[in-house]
Design a protein around this ligand. Structure first.
Ligand SMILES: Nc1ncnc2c1ncn2[C@@H]1O[C@H](COP(=O)(O)OP(=O)(O)O)[C@@H](O)[C@H]1O
Ligand SMILES: [Mg+2]
Length: 240
């Protein structure tokens, strides 16, 4: 049986003719918690955006559950990197979480009582129900990240792709997010997470993709998390 839930084949992505990703191959194993690790500018966010079809690659393919269609994206809950979200937008915590339901309903249908219940239960998991009517502009960084994870849970996707969800948040929120991720793994979910803190990779993840423009090493954490691989990613440019 094929356990690769996402496959990236020979991906090349460029901005203004400058390659950000170069002949990259990777596979995301079903039910894993996989870290994407690499220095600033390594192309981690670009890889994730390519998987989400937010960027058009120069060449290469992305397969999600054996499909190349846009419909397969419904299987994925995506949490973008912090700076890429406009938090001044006037909306409440509950409304943001309920956006997770739109992939199932389409944008034109209003959320119903059932959707609201699902959103409230996701907020409870992230211990944010008391904040449901709060404007998102009034939240701390950690609270925003909790709301984003609640929205992903509300979507009830099989795959979670998150871009540095633990960057700049408090330790309580970090532990809550990791505990939640591990219990969702028990329910059969799969995680692909860009992670910046090299000290916690072994504790939080069971697989890793170490990259710098291209993949330096990928696989089970016990096999790939070596000083040699990490040094290679952080001292060389992968391209060429
Ligand atoms: N929208 C963009 N336009 C031009 N260059 C970009 C853009 N986004 C990213 N880049 C460049 O592509 C490279 C990879 O960026 P990124 O994927 O954000 O890396 P990472 O997430 O690993 O820090 C960097 O050199 C960055 O400057
Ligand atoms: Mg990034």
């Amino acid at each position: 049986m094929d356990k690769d839930i996402i496959k990236v084949n020979d991906l090349i992505v460029a901005y203004d003719d400058e390659p950000a990703i170069w002949h990259l191959n990777m596979a995301l194993q079903e039910n894993s918690i996989t870290a994407i690790v690499g220095p600033n500018g390594a192309g981690k966010s670009t890889l994730i955006k390519s998987i989400m079809q937010l960027i058009k690659p120069v060449s290469g393919e992305v397969w999600i559950k054996g499909s190349k269609s846009r419909k397969a994206l419904k299987e994925i809950a995506y949490v973008p990197q912090k700076g890429e979200v406009n938090w001044d937008f006037p909306t409440t915590v509950l409304d943001v979480v309920m956006m997770g339901r739109y992939v199932h309903k389409g944008w034109l249908k209003r959320p119903n009582k059932k959707d609201r219940e699902i959103a409230m239960s996701a907020l409870r998991v992230m211990k944010m129900e008391a904040f449901r009517n709060r404007q998102i502009s009034e939240l701390s960084g950690g609270q925003r990240q909790r709301v984003f994870l609640a929205r992903a849970i509300c979507q009830n996707a099989g795959i979670y792709i998150m871009d540095e969800p633990l960057q700049g948040i408090d330790i309580t929120t970090e532990k809550l997010i990791i505990d939640t991720i591990k219990s969702l793994q028990q329910e059969g979910k799969t995680f692909l997470i860009v992670h910046h803190n090299l000290d916690t990779v072994e504790e939080y993840f069971d697989h890793a993709v170490i990259m710098n423009k291209t993949v330096i090493a990928a696989g089970g954490i016990g096999d790939v998390w070596t000083k040699e691989n990490i040094d290679k990613a952080y001292t060389e440019t992968g391209a060429g």
